[in-house]
Design a protein around this ligand. Structure first.
Ligand SMILES: Nc1nc2c(c(=O)[nH]1)N[C@H]1C(S)=C(S)[C@@H](COP(=O)(O)O)O[C@H]1N2
Ligand SMILES: [Mo]
Length: 326
């Protein structure tokens, strides 16, 4: 895979077209973080960067490159060695051990359904059509652990606008590669998933500026165990929505069936918004373990509604009963 230069690129959009909301976020987050990179906010293409952030691996992360006192970045080691990627096994260490068996190049994404031009697109063409950005987001797994990850990638909304769904499209469905030869977890008899791994979003959720497609982390190409070469990141939802190694995107009129709904529909819903008030049937969601954590330093912190991104996403769910639509 061609590795793209990581770093700030001048915006394609003229600043006159930048929404007041993103301008607001930028100003606000600039004041808070004092840098181009923020968790909770987004990097608008139109913001004027204070500095060009990480440039590949040549430049070390600046001191204090974090979201706030309680939100230090999770070390690269932890982000890349403690993973859920059941295609490679059920243990947290399996993906780091086996995901390199997946062939990442060439990589294509099939676009189908309610879209102007159904087609198969090379990853390179997707990267050329989108604007690279960096986002620091919290990732909250439904299992009640969490991390803070600096992603590289591009806005899902920008990608979707480029794909041009039809007016009938109400949802977007994603599918992970399913290659039995390269994914040892899919050959396992104990696997509970009906492969391929499937996920979906309501179209308006997918168009929210926070929804992101990651191609890298910590300024480096995305490690295989984190879903290379292309994975979704939806920071206000439980981690299982953030589907990895995407090969298919389908725009649909009706709500797609997701893998976790198929496994246990009463435990894992379509929405899966992070919510401390809606417990998993088998455990509380009130707290989470912020990694790295240990027996001696459990690093237990309260879970926030929408993983702390409510000011950007709560409107999507206005009037909805979040306990019913979990
Ligand atoms: N294809 C696929 N995508 C997946 C998963 C998976 O098993 N298969 N696990 C999900 C879960 S449960 C979580 S918490 C995140 C973990 O992402 P990370 O390993 O990059 O931290 O990936 C999500 N995406
Ligand atoms: Mo998860």
């Amino acid at each position: 895979m061609r590795s793209r230069r990581i770093g700030f690129k001048l915006p394609k959009i003229p600043s006159s077209e930048i929404t007041s909301e993103s301008a607001y976020l930028c100003r606000r987050e600039f004041m808070k973080a004092g840098s181009l990179l923020f968790a909770g906010g987004l990097v608008s293409g139109g913001s004027i960067p204070a500095f060009s952030s990480v440039s590949g691996s040549e430049v070390a992360l600046p001191e204090g490159w974090a979201l706030g006192s309680s939100d230090a970045l999770t070390p690269y080691e932890d982000v890349t060695s403690y993973n859920n990627f059941y295609e490679f096994g059920m243990d947290k260490s399996d993906p780091a051990r086996y995901a390199h068996e997946l062939t990442l190049s060439p990589w294509q994404v099939q676009i189908e359904g309610e879209v102007e031009q159904p087609r198969t697109i090379n990853l390179e063409d997707i990267l050329a059509a989108t604007q690279e950005e960096e986002r620091i987001y919290r990732l909250r797994c439904v299992e009640a652990w969490s991390m803070v990850i600096p992603w590289n990638g591009f806005s899902l909304a920008e990608f979707i606008r480029w794909l041009k769904p039809t007016s009938k499209a109400k949802y977007v469905y994603f599918e992970t590669a399913y290659r039995r030869k390269e994914m040892r977890g899919t050959r396992s008899f104990s696997s509970v998933i009906d492969w391929p791994y499937r996920e979906g979003l309501r179209l308006d959720e997918a168009l929210n500026p926070l929804a992101f497609m990651a191609t890298g982390l910590y300024g480096k190409p995305l490690p295989a165990q984190n879903g290379a070469p292309l994975r979704l990141v939806v920071p206000w939802k439980y981690g299982f929505k953030s589907i990895k190694s995407i090969v298919k995107i389908r725009f649909t009129e009706t709500q797609p069936k997701t893998s976790w709904q198929g496994i246990a529909p009463h435990e894992y819903g379509f929405y899966a918004n992070v919510n401390p008030d809606v417990d998993h049937p088998r455990w509380s969601q009130r707290y989470e373990r912020r990694l790295p954590s240990s027996l001696w330093n459990p690093n237990r912190i309260p879970t926030q509604l929408f993983n702390g991104y409510g000011e950007f996403v709560a409107d999507l769910y206005k009037g909805m009963n979040l306990a019913r639509y979990y």
